[in-house]
Ligand binder design. Structure first.
Ligand SMILES: Cc1cc2nc3c(=O)[nH]c(=O)nc-3n(C[C@H](O)[C@H](O)[C@H](O)COP(=O)(O)OP(=O)(O)OC[C@H]3O[C@@H](n4cnc5c(N)ncnc54)[C@H](O)[C@@H]3O)c2cc1C
Length: 380
């Protein structure tokens, strides 16, 4: 369906991502889910083909595009049918790397951004802790000045790509005396830094191919240069990039819901019960049509929220509405798609069963529905 927000350049991005997803990713997802890992070769290949450079400025080897490009990219990755693969990519391109792009020093950008663009280095973002998730301001990891650098101690929880990322942006408390959100900073920690380790990969309901790690920071020392932006401005940076994060989660959820409807329409057109294809039962095709209407509306709303963000119009309300809306909608769509697949929808490792498990996180991660609704309510 055409949208006034999507120009030819965005259509070209969509077409190239869709082709890559269909030919190079979808045929392999069952193996990767079973292996509980996305192969590094896939990330190398995507980097070489330029898929990681959409948001990286041109002077660092990227295309310097905006939120609309991220949204279309995420929407297409949502069609992979294995959320774990999509999130591995999106954490690198849109959840973590933008901290350096937007707030990092010229020195760090020169050093790392070209490698982030080609996939030579992969990133992660470490905000959540065992006792601080939705309430980011409650995080306890500390960073204390030590010589010409910072000494970091703490534990990070649920960090996507954490077990293999080359650079993790760690949120830490640099001013213990300042009120919750005011004393936080972001520090880049490289893989292999002494005292920094991924303690375990967490086993999950879904996203099986995604690496979700608990990170330990035991007297980790990083130089001053690894501070991202200004000291004690970390909370502000995190909140700003949460906009991007929620937009791409929204895009991905729309892509997942759309793909699930397509798979289900195909299935019910072929599955015969009571003498005719399930598609002939009005109740089934009308419910699918209503879900399609809701997904179409959500997609347009997502484009609008991304367009507003690109135009510099305050979009916190719209992005929060989007995240709440599609977090729930993608679950509703998959619930119904499993229903219309009957017993086949309940069989492990069919695409629809995997997607049902994978979308469950959409209403929890990156801002739970209730937290998003509070952001909306504040602005009503
Ligand atoms: C697979 C996976 C990958 C993740 N990847 C990353 C990552 O790469 N980096 C990272 O930093 N974090 C990551 N996270 C963390 C994720 O963002 C948090 O799980 C999420 O923010 C919720 O935090 P929490 O789990 O601590 O839940 P809590 O904050 O304990 O909240 C639990 C529930 O309480 C409700 N709730 C919370 N606050 C309110 C409120 N104010 N009003 C009403 N209800 C409320 C919500 O329903 C919420 O789901 C990941 C999590 C998972 C599961």
């Amino acid at each position: 369906m055409k949208s006034i927000y999507i120009n030819e350049d965005l259509e070209a991005i969509r077409a190239s991502v869709r082709e890559f997803v269909e030919n190079e990713i979808v045929p392999n997802v069952e193996d990767w889910e079973e292996a509980r890992a996305v192969p590094r070769e896939l990330l190398d290949e995507m980097g070489k083909l330029g898929f990681f450079s959409l948001r990286i400025p041109e002077e660092y080897g990227g295309l310097g595009l905006g939120h609309m490009a991220s949204l279309v990219f995420a929407e297409e990755l949502g069609r992979i049918t294995a959320g774990g693969v999509g999130v591995t990519i999106l954490v690198h391109t849109d959840l973590a790397t933008p901290y350096l792009t937007k707030f990092g020093s010229e020195e760090l950008k020169d050093r790392w951004l070209p490698k982030f663009a080609t996939g030579e280095m992969i990133t992660a973002i470490g905000v959540t802790e065992p006792d601080a998730g939705s309430d980011v301001a409650a995080l306890r990891t500390s960073a204390v000045r030590d010589g010409e650098g910072w000494r970091i101690n703490g534990t990070k929880m649920f960090i996507t790509n954490g077990g293999f990322a080359d650079v993790v942006f760690i949120a830490a408390r640099t001013n213990p005396d300042a009120k919750g959100s005011r004393g936080l900073s972001l520090l880049a920690v490289e893989k292999g830094t002494k005292g920094f380790s991924a303690s375990r990969a967490l086993d999950k309901m879904g996203w099986h191919s995604s690496n979700t790690a608990e990170l330990l920071l035991d007297d980790v020392w990083v130089p001053d240069q690894n501070l991202i932006g200004e000291e004690n401005r970390g909370f502000y940076y995190i909140m700003q990039n949460f906009q991007n994060e929620r937009l791409v989660i929204g895009g991905s959820a729309v892509g997942e819901a759309q793909k699930a409807i397509e798979l289900t329409v195909d299935y019910v057109r072929n599955r015969v019960a009571f003498g005719s294809p399930l598609w002939e039962k009005q109740t089934i095709r009308q419910r699918l049509a209503m879900l399609q209407a809701e997904v179409d509306a959500a997609r347009e709303f997502a484009y609008r929220a991304a367009w507003m963000t690109d135009e510099g119009i305050d979009s916190v309300r719209e992005v929060s509405e989007l995240k709440a809306l599609v977090g729930e909608l993608s679950n509703k769509v998959l619930y119904n798609c499993v229903q219309f697949h009957g017993g086949m929808g309940y069989v492990a490792e069919t695409a629809i069963e995997r997607m049902y498990r994978d979308v469950r996180i959409n209403s929890i991660g990156g801002g739970a529905t209730e937290v998003m609704l509070e952001e909306v309510a504040k602005r009503l």
